[in-house]
Ligand binder design. Structure first.
Ligand SMILES: Cc1cc2nc3c(=O)[nH]c(=O)nc-3n(C[C@H](O)[C@H](O)[C@H](O)COP(=O)(O)OP(=O)(O)OC[C@H]3O[C@@H](n4cnc5c(N)ncnc54)[C@H](O)[C@@H]3O)c2cc1C
Length: 527
């Protein structure tokens, strides 16, 4: 425990998505009795926003498999194997085929998270802890009430407040409200799932995992996928359905590739090498990091390093080379070829070493981003696009379904270019691309994913007033720097994205939770 920690810990966890659950898991390992209160704005705690029925349908797959998901109460695969066959079949899962690298519906993962919460609640008293769960309770403010922290909340009975020694704001995703005209959706998860979309011209801004969600949400209202024949059958009368995914470059994500897990250690892009690069100063840091990347590539994949001439490229040049061939190929033709190659590699356990290196490098690289100069931070955007393309690869099944939708004549990809226009003209949205082509949409869905948020976006007025506008400053433990004496934590991805660009994902939730709990209980952890 930190020397100045209060004698009795009374902790509030605001938000019971994956981050809140991993925080609870770490806290419950503490030998000293703790009091913990979980606040959840939603009706059902412990599901997490991407995994709940409000924002996911059965066709939407998680892009993380059991082998990578840090266990809660028990490993995900063990839980899956205990589920009745009828339940798994509801999610389109054949119990005979379960394995630890399988990509399954996000709803199923949400059910595991919920069960894990219930197991933790049941086990807590035996470990000497008192845990209270407040569902359908939205925290509306957090303020200092020295020496404590006051949490104000709203539930069915009205407003109330409670005092705590520590507050963890694990509030996760934040989407803007839709205008409610049924024609514009500011995200695929703020009402689209439950809104009937007529079979017309549907434009989706984005081509990544979120855009695939949007396409699936609309397509499943007008037809069904047959995974055996890898086809999509439209219902009669829905022939006018035309979904268009749009992005500046018009690239589809690639299929998740097979690689050894847990990760093999990096040999050149090591923590010691990063420390040395940092000690040499922030000027030129990005170029030094890039040289370490090149050294890693040269070691693990000399043939690819030689053939791409990567050693002679700048960071920006590498990003250009990485996407060049894809940019000149039809996105569906690329997706088909990439899927075939990925599946073949998975069958033969073949590792594409350069891809695997980029995947492993993005995590230690993220820790260096905060040290980059403003100029290097801008230059880093090129490398960030490569890293995101690599780690945000999607389940092969999602690519199969995109291809099936395209074959059925219901899906197109539009490359907007950098200089495009999007205007509302009467009831339609008119999009004019950089090359001058014009397309009109009856419905528009913004699927660009979570945007970075700042202090002024915090939904807690007292915190907003006490913090300076702009990036929210947090310390190594994700504790607010300017308020709360290190006892108000903000492990909420939207507020961290500008400094930790890859912080989204379940493993990031688990890592943040461990760090926050180390900030409460001391770096030696639960004791
Ligand atoms: C569509 C989508 C799909 C994704 N798929 C994957 C995937 O397959 N694999 C992966 O690793 N990652 C995925 N992610 C990344 C995702 O960010 C994390 O997996 C995870 O959801 C983050 O957990 P969290 O607890 O921080 O946030 P959330 O899951 O957003 O949970 C936050 C919780 O806090 C509650 N809350 C918010 N404000 C308040 C308040 N004021 N008072 C009380 N409660 C509050 C919310 O109701 C919610 O339950 C996906 C993200 C999206 C958007």
């Amino acid at each position: 425990m930190p020397a100045d920690a209060p004698a009795f810990l009374n902790v509030a966890i605001v938000g019971t998505g994956p981050t809140g659950l991993y925080v609870l898991d770490h806290l419950l390992r503490c030998d000293r009795p703790l009091s913990v209160t979980l606040f959840e704005a939603g009706l059902l705690a412990g599901v997490g926003s991407p995994y709940s029925p409000e924002s996911a349908a059965v066709t939407m797959l998680a892009n993380i498999a059991s082998i990578e998901i840090p266990p809660l109460a028990e490993p995900y695969l063990d839980w899956l194997q205990r589920q009745p066959e009828a339940v798994l079949r509801l999610y389109g899962v054949d119990p005979a085929t379960l394995h630890d690298r399988q990509f399954l519906p996000r709803l199923l993962l949400g059910a595991w998270f919920r069960d894990a919460l219930e197991s933790m609640l049941a086990a807590a008293p035996d470990r000497g802890h008192r845990v209270a769960l407040r569902e359908a309770t939205r925290v509306t403010d957090v303020s200092m009430a020295d020496p404590d922290i006051r949490v104000t909340f709203q539930d069915a009975r009205g407003e109330d407040s409670q005092l705590f020694t520590h507050v963890i704001l694990a509030t996760g995703h934040s989407w803007p409200e839709d205008p409610d005209d049924g024609r514009l959706f500011v995200s695929p998860w703020s009402g689209l799932i439950d809104t009937p979309i007529p079979p017309g011209r549907v434009g989706v801004i984005g081509t990544s995992l979120s855009a695939i969600d949007a396409a699936m949400a609309v397509a499943c209202q007008h037809g069904r996928f047959d995974d055996d024949t890898q086809s999509f059958q439209l219902e009669p009368g829905a022939e006018t359905l035309q979904v268009t995914l749009m992005s500046r470059q018009g690239l589809l994500p690639e299929a998740d590739f097979w690689c050894p897990l847990p990760y093999r250690p990096l040999q050149r892009f090591t923590e010691a090498a990063l420390d040395r690069a940092l000690q040499a100063g922030t000027d030129g840091l990005l170029d030094r990091l890039w040289q370490l990347m090149v050294a890693e590539f040269a070691l693990v994949d000399p043939a690819w390093t030689e053939s791409t001439g990567v050693a002679h490229l700048s960071v920006e040049g590498f990003a250009e080379t990485y996407f060049a061939q894809r940019l000149t190929t039809d996105p569906f033709a690329w997706a088909k070829a990439n899927l075939a190659e990925t599946l073949q590699n998975a069958r033969s356990r073949r590792v594409v070493e350069w891809r695997y290196a980029i995947l492993r490098i993005h995590e230690p690289m993220e820790r260096m981003v905060a040290h980059l100069t403003d100029t290097d931070r801008t230059r880093f955007d090129a490398l960030k696009r490569v890293s995101i393309d690599n780690y945000a690869a999607v389940p092969p099944q999602s690519i199969r379904r995109l291809l099936a939708l395209h074959r059925a004549g219901c899906l197109k990809v539009l490359s907007l270019g950098n200089d495009y226009r999007m205007d509302k003209v009467g009831d339609v949205t008119r999009v004019v691309t950089e090359t001058g082509s014009t397309t009109e949409f009856d419905v528009l869905i913004d699927a660009r994913g979570q945007q970075a948020l700042q202090a002024e976006d915090l939904p807690f007025p007292s915190l907003r007033a006490a913090l300076e506008n702009g990036d929210v400053a947090v310390d190594h433990y994700f504790a607010l720097k300017n308020l709360g004496e290190g006892r108000i934590f903000l492990p909420a991805a939207p507020y961290l994205l500008s400094r930790l660009p890859f912080v989204q994902g379940i493993t990031a939730s688990a890592d943040m939770a461990a760090t926050v709990v180390a900030g409460i209980l001391g770096p030696d952890g639960p004791a």
